[in-house]
Design a protein around this ligand. Structure first.
Ligand SMILES: *Cc1c(COP(=O)(O)O)cnc(C)c1O
Length: 363
């Protein structure tokens, strides 16, 4: 591989496109001819304001965000959104429905309970989180302020093939680990949010796409920094934003656009993950997927081998062969290959080949 780049299957922070890293490197000490880096100038300068505006516009363009939504760049990661959502949107006398699908939805649910009445609107627990709940499993209480779901469970390796319909109840989606990996009908959602470090850029910025009518209702006692309306009113420049992270997201969005946008990305991610799922499915049980085929993620492939000992051997051999990040999350164990947008097809082909070879030698 060029530049001695690893086969990077890290779950997050994760691979960034090589072209983007090279572009950032070129502009690192002299951004667009100003004789300074983007990190060394005011966030109120015209140069940064241009980056900020352009990044918002690109996000709207790529996702096809309809009129009536704001794109915000916040800090604190997706985990801060777990709290900001109920703080701003779960008023007295209201409840919030959470679709429970694994570790991340559970964290969001627990956080909401700190602020008000949160309940499970659907749960994949009975299936051991092997599949995403279907429409028939969704129960929404009449006093519900919003329903929250996790588009892609990064740790379990499951993903909604299509989202649940919540009718007139606002739907909020955590898309941290699959935003911009496939086309999304944003109008289904009242709000989408995503920490950047899986599919958008480096950590440090969290993208929030929110319907304008949701901005008005925050209770008065919520701190300024933790209110959506504060950031919407100031184009995400209320205080100093994470300028370098936003700049990197800008480059990643341009990279996605140049590739062919989200339809292209979806096919690319299907092709990449299919190489690996095919090896699992054709291994005669040597490898087993941890998720039912209908809910399999195109971002995080989780799989097991027959014993702990065999998995340890697999990990060791994979590391020696140049693969990084294949150890499963401690919550579920086993193995996981994260194949976000920036992971090249060659890395997935190499992993598929390695898995076949490992089976031939150890099966
Ligand atoms: C990684 C992840 C988070 C947590 O993101 P932070 O930015 O670290 O807070 C939340 N939800 C999902 C689905 C994730 O993959």
């Amino acid at each position: 591989m060029s530049h001695n780049r690893a086969y990077n299957f890290n779950a997050g922070p994760a691979a960034l496109p090589l072209e983007v890293l090279q572009q950032a490197q070129e502009q690192f000490v002299d951004f667009r001819g100003i004789g300074m880096s983007i990190m060394e100038i005011s966030h109120r300068s015209k140069e940064y304001e241009q980056v900020n505006d352009e990044t918002q516009a690109l996000m709207k363009e790529l996702l096809g965000v309809p009129a009536g939504y704001e794109v915000l760049f916040l800090q604190g990661g997706a985990s801060t959104q777990f709290a900001m959502i109920p703080m701003n949107l779960l008023g007295p006398g209201k409840s919030a429905g959470y679709v429970l699908t694994g570790t991340w939805s559970d964290k969001a649910f627990k956080e909401a309970k700190l602020f008000g009445d949160a309940y499970a609107a659907a749960s994949g627990e009975a299936s051991g989180f092997k599949r995403m709940p279907g429409q028939a499993e969704l129960t929404i209480r009449p006093d519900t302020a919003y329903v929250h779901l996790t588009s892609n469970e990064t740790i379990a390796g499951s993903q909604f093939p299509h989202y649940l319909d919540t009718g007139s109840v606002p739907l909020i989606g955590d898309l941290s680990s699959d935003i911009l990996s496939r086309p999304v009908d944003v109008s289904q959602f009242a709000m989408i949010y995503a920490g950047a470090q899986k599919n958008l850029g480096p950590s440090g910025v969290t993208v929030v796409i929110v319907r304008e009518e949701l901005l008005a209702g925050s209770p008065k006692h919520v701190a300024s920094m933790l209110r959506y309306d504060t950031h919407a009113k100031t184009k995400s420049l209320y205080n100093t934003p994470p300028v370098y992270s936003v700049y990197m997201v800008n480059l990643v969005l341009k990279w996605i656009k140049a590739k062919g946008g989200l339809a292209w990305m979806e096919q690319f991610n299907r092709d990449k993950t299919q190489l690996i799922y095919d090896v699992i499915d054709q291994s005669g049980g040597f490898y087993t997927g941890l998720v039912d085929p209908g809910s399999r993620s195109r971002m995080n492939i989780t799989f097991a081998l027959g014993s702990d000992e065999l998995e340890a051997r697999f990990l060791k051999a994979s590391e020696q062969a140049g693969f990084v990040g294949l150890k499963g999350h401690r919550d579920v164990g086993h193995l996981r290959a994260s194949t976000y947008n920036a992971v090249p097809l060659e890395s997935c082909q190499a992993l598929a080949d390695f898995m076949k070879q490992f089976q031939a030698q150890n099966g």
